[in-house]
Design a protein. Structure first.
Length: 195
């Protein structure tokens, strides 16, 4: 392998952890752009509706944007531990048992997201085959379904990474699977941020 190729491969070193860190951030940025577009579209539609000339297909675009927005934000939210976590049963477990329960939980989450993604892809391909279009704007919305499936696939990958770290014991028990509400890093972090 010549020197140019080595430089190129080292520059783009596609380590799974780097991909799982960058892709969710990029999709979250896309979700932010979609949210801004959705707000602007809805606001403009209200103004134009008051003038007697509403936009056709606003509800369709809002629905598509909402689905994309939600699915694109899931992986980054999971990566940052932003989802609601109920631990009233597992908080009494030992840290090791909590880590195992958490690892099983995210592994099952990955499986569910993979199944949902496969079903969405199957449905989207069927809609593409028959040429189904949206009702008002006549848009081929199967592409939206495929993009939503991509968001779920990315969430499944983040879950797999979390499960692998938890099974290896690399995930801090306090961050991902709280043992005691008083001893969590979140509580320490918020008190430090207040100071």
């Amino acid at each position: 392998m010549n020197m140019k190729m080595k430089v190129i491969f080292s520059a783009i070193s596609l380590q799974p952890s780097a991909i799982i860190a960058r892709l969710p951030r990029a999709m979250m940025a896309c979700a932010g752009v979609l949210l801004l577009a959705l707000v602007l579209l809805s606001g403009a539609n209200v103004v134009f509706r008051m003038c007697g000339a509403p936009f056709a297909g606003t509800w369709e675009l809002a629905g598509f944007s909402g689905a994309l927005l939600a699915s694109f934000a899931l992986a980054e939210t999971q990566r940052k531990r932003g989802h609601v976590e109920l631990d009233f049963l597992t908080r009494r477990y030992s840290p090791r048992a909590q880590r195992i329960a958490g690892a099983v939980n995210v592994a099952l989450g990955a499986l569910v997201m993979a199944v949902v993604s496969l079903q969405l892809i199957r449905l989207a391909l069927g809609k593409m085959r028959v040429g189904e279009l949206s009702e008002t704007l006549r848009l081929p919305f199967a592409w939206v379904m495929l993009a939503v499936a991509a968001g779920f696939v990315l969430l499944a990958l983040v879950y797999v990474a979390d499960a692998a770290r938890a099974f290896r014991g690399a995930v801090e028990t306090k961050l991902h699977f709280p043992v005691d509400d008083d001893k969590t890093d979140r509580g320490k972090r918020s008190s430090n941020e207040r100071e």
